[in-house]
Design a protein around this ligand. Structure first.
Ligand code: UDX
Length: 439
């Protein structure tokens, strides 16, 4: 079986590499010649654990190809996946579909035999129908069927998520497309992955509903965490008590500085746009978006309060910049909101992130970028954990303390915005511990 994947961004590249691992012949097409050249040399433009090995192995086996030339790839493929970017449109927050539509226009003339055209990028309800219309208009002769196959992978564990998904959602209007997609996913069928077949709009909406629900779960526990602080309760015990109810489940109930990344912020906004367009507002999601913005600001003010408002001429050590660990992605990272507020108050920020510093520099040029966590802590008035990278979970606390400046009361300020430390341990070690929702 041969397939083409248009767009070698996160979703396109991971999907392409994983499908080739299934033994399928995959051509990844991207119009960025520089990116394609790098991929051909085995250089991976994003940080995703395990992806380099997968690309290397399948390229060497001759199953995975990278090219800028779309026509030949399309002519030879049974399935074409559109996995191009759908950035947030300036002004109204709706998904910008120009790249999706452009891909459809480019594919259309080259469809020869029956082909299934699949949207894999997260696209608003109704996009599949639009893409089909564009192809039909551009090439009335084209023998094709449209499908939607949303991707649910998480950055940092994308390969595991692709290879062992909770489910595969397939949206089709014709049995020919269903047959093609089922045959593509046969390796997952063998490990008993549920495959949900629906119509196209249902598949499109399923993806948004899932992401918006997860974002809601995160913001729900964050607001409960804030309430815990007010009443002196422990949010982790509350989350455990909630999560043991199987109807709720224990995942995505970890409090923190708010969600970021390439999906939740964009998809929640796009869903509210679609809902408004159809006069069926999803007010729950609207308030989740507002609560997330507020949570990020709240974290900055939590730090300012812990510093007794005295940030002028202070030095803060910030550990972690990316929106979550195991990625170099800074998109919508809480750091982008929190750090400028601290800078405005006069703080000097000494920062370290294992993978995100190059991306962070583009957004936040005025930070002091350090080589490691300990360098960042030199002469710091506080340590702030912003992203829960594994290497920050077991810091040498004595070493950090020896290089920090104490507060007037002799304690050392430690703001753990991801709750990765046991408060009691830090207190006993002489720190003033500030977490999220921990009484
Ligand atoms: C998400 C979805 O999980 C995935 O299914 C979809 O395809 C893309 O969007 P991703 O953005 O890679 O994946 O990261 P995820 O692990 O879901 O985390 C998103 C954000 O939520 C991060 O900022 C993370 O720190 C935050 N989060 C997550 C919490 O604050 N608490 C939690 O309990 C879980």
């Amino acid at each position: 079986m041969r397939i083409t994947i248009i767009g070698s961004g996160y979703v396109g590249l991971v999907s392409g590499a994983c499908f080739s691992e299934f033994g399928i012949d995959v051509t990844c097409v991207d119009n960025d010649a520089d990116k394609v050249a790098r991929l051909q040399r085995g250089e991976i433009p994003i940080f995703e654990p395990g992806l380099d090995l997968l690309v290397e192995r399948n390229s060497a086996a001759g199953r995975l190809h990278f090219t800028t030339s779309l026509p030949e790839a399309v002519r030879q493929s049974e399935l074409i996946f559109i996995a191009v970017g759908t950035p947030e449109r300036r002004g109204d927050g709706a998904a910008d579909l120009q790249y999706v539509y452009e891909a459809a226009r480019q594919v259309a003339p080259h469809i020869k035999n029956f082909t299934t055209v699949v949207t894999k990028s997260t696209v608003p309800v109704g996009t599949g129908a639009q893409v089909a219309a564009i192809i039909r208009e551009t090439n009335p002769e084209a023998d094709f069927a449209m499908a939607s196959n949303p991707e649910f992978l998480r950055e940092g564990s994308a390969i595991e998520d692709f290879m062992r998904p909770d489910r595969v959602v397939i949206g089709v209007e014709e049995s020919r497309a269903e047959t093609a997609l089922r045959s593509l996913y046969r390796p997952l069928y063998l490990i008993e992955t549920p495959i949900l077949v629906t119509n196209i709009v249902t598949a499109e909406l399923t993806k948004y509903a899932a992401n918006a629900f997860l974002a809601t779960k995160i913001m729900f526990i964050n607001q409960i965490a804030n309430l815990c602080e007010a009443v002196g309760a422990d949010v982790h015990a509350v989350a455990k008590g909630m999560g043991l109810d199987r109807r709720i489940g224990n995942k995505f109930l970890h409090p923190g500085p708010g969600y970021g990344g390439s999906c939740f912020p964009k998809d929640t906004i796009a869903l509210t746009r679609t809902a408004a367009l159809h006069n069926e507002p999803v007010t729950i999601v609207e308030s989740v978006i507002a609560a997330n913005d507020l949570q990020k600001q709240r974290m900055a003010h939590k730090i300012i309060r812990a510093m007794n408002g005295e940030l002028h001429k202070s030095t803060l050590a910030v550990l972690g910049l990316t929106f979550k660990p195991n990625t170099d992605d800074m998109r919508e990272a809480p750091a982008l909101t929190i750090l400028p507020i601290l800078q405005e108050q006069g703080a000097t920020l000494q920062v370290f992130d294992p993978e995100g510093m190059a991306a962070a520099r583009r957004h936040l040029p005025d930070l002091h970028y350090c080589h490691n966590a300990y360098e960042a802590c030199q002469n710091a008035d506080a340590v702030i954990i912003l992203t829960e990278w594994n290497q920050f979970r077991n810091l040498d606390l004595a070493r950090i303390q020896a290089s920090m400046r104490p507060r007037p009361d002799g304690r050392y300020l430690f703001c753990d915005l991801r709750n990765i430390y046991v408060p009691e341990t830090l207190r006993q070690a002489g720190f003033l511990y500030v977490g999220v929702g921990r009484g």
